[in-house]
Design a protein around this ligand. Sequence first.
Ligand code: UT7
Length: 319
Amino acid sequence: MRRSVIIGTGSALPPAIVSNADLCERLDTSDAWIVERTGICERRIAADGVVTSDLALEAAQRALEAAGLTAADIDLVIVATATPDQTFPATATIVQARLGMKQGAAFDIAAVCSGFIYALTVADAMLKVGQANRALVIGAELFSRILDWEDRATAVLFGDGAGAVVLEARAGTERGILASRIHSDGRHNGLLYVDGGPGSTGTVGKVRMKGREVFRHAVQNLAAVMEETLAAAGLETGDIDWVIPHQANARILDSTARKLGLPADKVVMTVAGHANTSAASVPLALDTAVRDGRVKPGDVLLLEAMGGGFTWGAVALRF
Ligand code: UT7
């Protein structure tokens, strides 16, 4: 049986750091409120002119380097993003071209903050059936471009960034993706959305969110899908070495861990420095924990995310 094994991770962050104190100069907010309610201390914001494919490309190149491969070895590129460079073509095809690839297939996935979990799930399915052999799976976002900088309820929450993994199909290994589960419930579209284009509305929109409602659903849905995914993989909570969650809010991560009976020190948290980077947050957190030595080969990881749609999902894997 073929399994999809992560053989390299990479990430990219814009250099400019925007602290909570910086935001207090333009919004009626405070460092104390932001830290207490979200755990966020600072976020990275891209300079004018930077596009999502710039960050995606940088993260992809670092993941390839970590895997000891070049773009010539890749036959599938998936970019999860809610902030594509253009309405079309897919940002994945822009990354494919910028990597110098002529082979393989490239496409985007739009599942907002759950995008990377969706993309891993799709890539895993394609690798398992032999439709591809080595995939670059990337989460990349420039949420700063779609924020309403006058709305303190959303402007303080998000940041820019990208993360990537190289997935390789291997037979006869204990490593790799063990199970994944994805869900959506479009009845909740109105709780977290962008009120305009690109696309059929012909307008340019900004992020709108009913935060308290999203919070309530997030804790319920994430705990449920994490349990479902563990059961599908034949694992128990005690088998998990690290949870690599979507970094929306430290309180969501704490509540979800408590619900599952997971010690807080098994949850990788990067929300303080990255804020919510939507589809980029899970691979950014994974790359951080790989590079600082917390995540080691053979560790059992549970990746999870929830976002607009609502969409949510989890992936269990042996690293
Ligand atoms: O990534 C996709 C998934 N997204 C999420 O998971 C986000 C989920 N939601 C959350 O993380 C939280 O709901 C928030 C961090 C967005 C908000 O925290 P909350 O504890 O739910 O606050 P709230 O929205 O209930 O607002 C409480 C108060 C309000 O004032 P009143 O009505 O009590 O007087 C807000 O106006 O806090 C006020 N407030 C702020 N105050 C200072 C809202 N934003 C701010 C702010 N600074 N930036």
